[in-house]
Write a protein that binds this ligand. Structure first.
Ligand code: OAD
Length: 316
């Protein structure tokens, strides 16, 4: 019989007990997720180290203006992000949140576009992707409504393949080919024009674009309506604010809305300075550290142990 080793606690006992006591009796729970949730899966956050893609601030490429100016550059940035996201796995926190959604009236608002919560089989009707998904593509032409969901083709068109280093002496087979890190400034980015980029199969005119919400764009109205309907149904007992700097609106505004509806706030973040703008009250919690470790521990009183080895990745 294999010995079971109890996982060491990463949360102070007193805080864990008071949180779980509240969680157990909570009937309506909300979560706001950010890039820190996927950090330990291996994806960079926006405002921390790794928030630069080559010399570009990641947020400067996430605008309709940037796409209008240089769609080839923006597509290469998103193609790289799709490739990276497909190369990593959901972590125990993604699975634990998915399990909580199966056990409680729990709505998750995610700012993440990386596809990891869907791949952890988070029930789709309880997961609201406020900022869209890297794996949705839509037509950039204003008059065309083409939208394709869950397109995992990598690269989406051959011209967006991550270049491999043909001059590398170890490159003597396709397998050994070293993928060049196109986030490295020294690797030339090919200039890609209209002819090289994915086109809309419906109108045959517009370029396809990533189905994410860019700065200066509205959040998807169907998603916002669903969230408002859930929020308006009743009071809210708890909001967990996980791995987000909670600085980008309207997403960050849900923390205050939940608080006005009675919610106690639990922040899970690596950085003590990243509390929501309205601050924390004495009845709230701040759990400092890696969400991948803390979230499963916090939710254990409702969902039991999270054993990721037994859980499947929906992308496989
Ligand atoms: P940010 O990069 O602003 O914040 C990431 C947060 O995660 C920070 O507060 C970190 O301290 C925290 N963090 C890092 N590693 C962590 C870990 N292992 N465990 C727990 N916390 C950790 O990312 P977001 O808040 O997601 O929008 O950014 C919000 C939005 O701004 C994004 O959706 C994106 C971005 O620009 C658009 O693209 C529209």
């Amino acid at each position: 019989m294999a010995a079971t080793t109890a996982r060491p606690s990463v949360v102070p006992k007193k805080d864990l007990e008071s949180f779980q006591e509240h969680l157990n009796k909570s009937t309506r729970i909300l979560a706001l997720l950010g890039a820190g949730l996927s950090a330990s899966s291996g994806l960079p956050t926006f405002r921390g180290a790794g928030g630069l893609w080559r010399t570009h601030d990641a947020t400067s490429l996430a605008t309709p203006e940037a796409f209008g100016r240089d769609p080839g550059l923006v597509w290469q940035f998103y193609s790289y992000r799709r490739h990276m996201a497909l190369g990593v796995k959901p972590n125990p926190a993604h699975y634990a949140l998915a399990e909580l959604a199966r056990k409680k009236n729990f709505l998750t608002l995610s700012q993440n576009v990386d596809g990891l919560s869907p791949r952890a089989r988070h029930p789709a009707d309880k997961l609201k992707l406020l900022h869209g998904s890297l794996f949705d593509v839509k037509c950039s032409d204003f008059f065309c409504d083409y939208l394709e969901k869950n397109n995992y083709t990598d690269p989406i068109v051959p011209t967006l393949a991550i270049p491999t280093d043909e001059s590398d002496p170890t490159t003597n087979s396709a397998l050994a080919a070293r993928e060049l890190d196109i986030s490295d400034e020294n690797v030339a980015i090919p200039e890609l024009d209209y002819d090289h980029l994915p086109k809309c199969p419906k109108c045959k005119r517009g370029l396809l674009r990533p189905g994410v919400v860019w700065f200066n764009e509205r959040l998807p109205s169907d998603v916002l309506e669903d969230v408002d309907t859930w929020m308006d149904e009743d009071d809210i007992d708890l909001i967990m604010v996980i791995g987000t700097s909670a600085k980008v609106y309207p997403a960050a505004g849900y923390v205050d809305i939940a608080r006005r509806k009675g919610a106690r706030v639990a922040v899970i973040n690596m950085d003590k300075g990243d509390a929501p703008a309205s601050g924390l009250y004495s009845r709230d919690w701040f759990f400092e550290g890696d969400a991948a470790q803390i979230v499963p521990e916090l939710l254990k009183s409702v969902i039991g142990e999270t054993n990721t080895e037994e859980l499947s990745d929906a992308a496989q």
